[in-house]
Structure formats: structure tokens, C-alpha cells
Design a protein around this ligand. Structure first.
Ligand SMILES: [Zn+2]
Length: 469
């Protein structure tokens, strides 16, 4: 599955010309899989703890049911779960198969991207990846993005939110790492051409954005939807009824049955004792356990169309300073010869400046695309189209992959989601949209669009979502 794409994604499929032997590749691939599986294990922790505002490092891994601290051997990615046959060693509660699956998929993604980037030379090509020993910083940066997107997608699929820490971390990493590593020999560099309008737009837009953010923090810029953003249509659909199980769910359930086997008499005893104790302790019937979930407790207020227009107007106000800044900077730089010359020499003599501007430009373009879509869609359909979480996320994604790729990702991701939405289960959707993006080597917004659409398609009220994307 190779989709030909315009620059910078043109692959140069050809004979492997670097001096690495097959053994080098096998060592790298094994190493990457193991590292990826460990990262996946950490992502599982992030996905559970970040939306619950718990510390990521403390306490150490424990069974959520009986609180027993896990032994090191239980924490081994994929195999820990297999050795335990998917049950807590102490209280025999089922441990979700998602843990080993996420670990396995994260490891496989790192392996897959290595194969695409280094063996097939399908990937960012200014210049292309050649050797992991030289190009590891750029590779690590892109893999960091992939891992952050896995976490964001999983949290989004479960909680319908994207914790802002994820996009902000992405943006900060992009703004810091690109200026350090980018250069003529670094793959996926974002250095901007000194003559380009983009450099001026990036500088002016960033200054304008800083102004907006300061005004916002000082309370001079109104916040849109102060009582909480209305739920997106795609996010409310799930409440209408249980979804039909897709083939992937059935397959996983079948495999689980084989691995787990029946409970031993000792485990049955343990489990009964646990359940008894639990009921005694909190005196709450089991079915009510979702009540303490803050997301479900307070639904956002219903907004009428004129109110929605007003709130969206506030967001347009927020966008005004960056747009004015970009325009003003472009005009100032090209207004006089001396300013133009010193601007160009700044960019030519300091590659880190042009790399920083490239990263900023990517972030601005990524966020702006989603925001414009959100504003236009909301005004056109009189209800909120796309969440602000998507705006933040594309800001972070753009800071790492740059403007050109953000543009492609923005328009391709929904299609990847659409293709896979036919399967009723979000995990298959996530997996497949990953592999779709994979084929074009775009580290895409893996699935929030995909997840949303996967949930939306089977529901009767979904035509608007799918039609608008
Ligand atoms: Zn336990």
C-alpha cells in the first residue's frame, strides 16, 4: 500500500545503498520493538492517569482493584500480561487486554516506521533517512509524536477529551528540538527559506499569538463557552445505545477466552471474597460505579444558535492579533531594503532561527486550519464542529511535522477515519487508520477523527459529521 504523495513525501524506493548489513537492521529492529513495547507500557499509565489528574510516576504500578503493588515480572511489556493469563496475581480480577495490545502496537509502529524510513526510504525526504546511527534524533522526534498521538487517541476515545498537556508538550518539544537538530543533513528539517513569506508569517503570527494569549490570561480576552464546550455530536452519539461488535472485538474476545481459560477454584474463591468486601466497604451497588466520573456528572449547558455564534465570535477575536501580526510582519519586512536584508542575513546565518520559524509556522498552520474549520463549520451548521482540543493537538503536531505535512494530515486523517469507520469498534478503527497513515508515512492524527467517525457512522444522526468531513 504505497500512496504517491507530493513533496515532501515522495518516496525513493530503491536498492538499499547504505553500508548497513542485514544484521545491523535486525539488531535495530529488535531494539526498537523492545523500546516501543516499554514506551507502550508507559503510555498505558499515561492514558489511565493523565485524564484523572494523577501523578505519572507515583505510586508505582498497582492493581486498580486490590491495590497490590505489581512485581517487576508482571510489568514486562506484553509477556507480563501473558504470564499472568490476563488476571491479577492476587485478586484474580481481569486485566484488560488493551494493555498488552497497546504495548505490542507501539513496538510494532516503531519497527514499521524504521522499515519505511530506513529500508524503503519512504518518509520525509529533505534529505531522506539513511542510517539510524546518524539520523536517530529526527527519528526519535517523529516517534515521540507517534507515541503522544497514541496516548491522545486512546484518551480521546475513552473520555472525549484530549488533555492539553499532550499538545503543549508536543509543541514545546518541536520548538526546542528542531532548532537544535535541523540542518542540511537532517531528515524532516523544517528550516524555512530566507526569502519565503512563511518565515515572516511565522514570526508575526507567533508574536500576535503571544499577545492573544497574554490578553487571555489577563482576562482581557473573553473565553468562549465559559461554562463548558457543548458536546460534539460525534461525542454524544454513543449514549444512544450499545454498538454492534466489530470483527476485531470478536477476535480479541475469542483469543482472550483461549488465553485466560476458566477460573481455578482458588481464583473463584478470591474473587467472591473481593466482591463481598467491596460491597461492604463502599455500600454502593456495582452498577453505579460510573457516578464519580466528573466528565459524565456535569453535562455542558445547551447553547442556542445565537449563543453559539456569539461564543464563536470570541474565538475569532482571539485569532485577530495573530493574523494582524502575520500581515504586519510581512509588510514591514518587504517595505524597506535594509530591513529585508538584515532579516535575510539573520535567517541565512543562523539555521536555528529558520528551523524555529519552520516549527512555529507548522504549529500556526496546523492550528489555524482546524480553527477555521471549526469556526466556519459552526457558523454554517449552527452547532459546534470539531473541538478546541483538535486545535491544540494540531498546533503540537504542526510544531513537529511542519506546515506542509500538517496540511496533508488535516485533509487525509478524516479519510483514513472514514475508511475504517465501517468497523464498529474503535480499536480496529484506530489500528487501521494508523496503518492507512502508515502507508503514506504520515505520522497522522491517528484517530480522533477516526474514532469519532467510527462511533458516529452507525448512529442515525451522524450524517452531518461524516458529510462535513
Ligand atoms: Zn488485584
Amino acid at each position: 500500500m504505497i500512496i504517491p504523495l507530493p513533496h515532501p513525501f515522495v518516496g525513493t524506493l530503491g536498492p538499499i545503498s547504505n553500508p548497513l548489513t542485514i544484521y545491523h537492521h535486525i539488531v535495530f529492529l529488535t531494539f526498537l520493538f523492545l523500546i516501543g513495547a516499554c514506551i507502550g507500557s508507559f503510555l498505558n499509565v499515561v492514558v489511565w492517569r493523565l485524564p484523572r489528574e494523577e501523578s505519572l510516576s507515583h505510586p508505582p504500578s498497582h492493581c486498580p482493584e486490590c491495590n497490590t503493588r505489581l512485581a517487576w515480572r508482571d510489568n514486562i511489556p506484553v509477556f507480563g500480561w501473558l504470564f499472568l493469563r490476563g488476571r491479577c496475581r492476587y485478586c484474580a480480577v481481569d486485566i484488560s487486554a488493551r494493555y498488552p495490545i497497546v504495548e505490542f502496537i507501539t513496538g510494532s509502529l516503531l519497527v514499521g516506521y524504521y522499515v519505511l524510513f530506513f529500508l524503503y526510504r519512504l518518509g520525509p525526504c529533505n534529505p531522506p533517512f539513511t542510517d539510524l546511527r546518524n539520523d536517530w534524533p529526527a527519528f526519535a522526534l517523529l516517534m515521540f509524536l507517534i507515541c503522544a498521538l497514541i496516548a491522545a487517541s486512546l484518551i480521546d476515545a475513552e473520555q472525549f477529551i484530549i488533555p492539553l498537556q499532550i499538545p503543549w508538550l508536543l509543541a514545546i518539544v518541536g520548538f526546542v528540538v528542531h532548532p537544535i537538530i535541523d540542518g542540511p543533513k537532517t531528515p524532516a528539517s523544517l528550516n524555512l527559506d530566507p526569502h519565503s513569506l512563511a518565515a515572516a508569517i511565522a514570526a508575526g503570527g507567533s508574536i500576535g499569538l503571544t499577545v492573544s494569549m497574554f490578553l487571555f490570561l489577563l482576562g482581557k480576552m473573553p473565553q468562549s463557552f465559559p461554562k463548558g464546550e457543548p458536546a460534539l455530536e460525534i461525542d454524544t452519539v454513543q449514549e444512544t445505545g450499545p454498538m454492534k461488535k466489530g470483527w476485531a472485538t470478536k477476535l480479541v474476545e475469542y483469543i482472550l477466552k483461549i488465553i485466560r481459560g476458566p477460573l481455578t477454584p482458588r481464583q473463584i474463591e478470591l474473587r467472591r471474597a473481593q466482591e463481598k468486601l467491596k460491597r461492604k466497604n463502599d455500600n454502593i451497588p456495582a452498577a453505579d460505579s460510573h457516578k464519580d466520573d466528573p466528565q459524565r456528572n456535569e453535562p455542558p449547558p445547551q447553547y442556542k444558535p445565537p449563543e453559539i455564534r456569539l461564543e464563536i465570535g470570541k474565538e475569532m477575536l482571539f485569532l485577530l492579533p495573530p493574523m494582524i501580526g502575520a500581515l504586519a510582519f510581512a509588510i514591514i519586512i518587504h517595505s524597506s531594503k535594509s530591513v529585508d536584508l538584515s532579516w535575510m542575513s539573520l535567517l541565512q546565518n543562523h539555521r536555528w532561527v529558520s528551523a524555529l520559524l519552520g516549527s512555529l509556522f507548522g504549529a500556526l498552520v496546523g492550528a489555524f486550519l482546524v480553527w477555521i474549520f471549526r469556526i466556519a463549520g459552526t457558523l454554517a451548521f449552527k452547532r459546534v464542529a470539531m473541538g478546541l482540543g483538535d486545535v491544540h493537538l494540531m498546533f503540537g503536531v504542526g510544531a513537529i511535522i511542519g506546515a506542509g505535512s500538517s496540511f496533508i494530515v488535516f485533509f487525509l486523517a478524516p479519510f483514513a477515519g472514514l475508511l475504517v469507520a465501517l468497523h464498529g469498534w474503535w480499536f480496529s478503527a484506530w489500528w487501521l487508520s494508523t496503518s492507512c497513515c502508515f502507508s503514506s508515512t504520515i505520522p497522522a492524527r491517528l484517530s480522533s477523527f477516526g474514532c469519532g467517525l467510527a462511533r458516529a457512522i452507525p448512529a442515525p444522526s451522524s450524517h452531518w459529521c461524516s458529510a462535513s468531513l
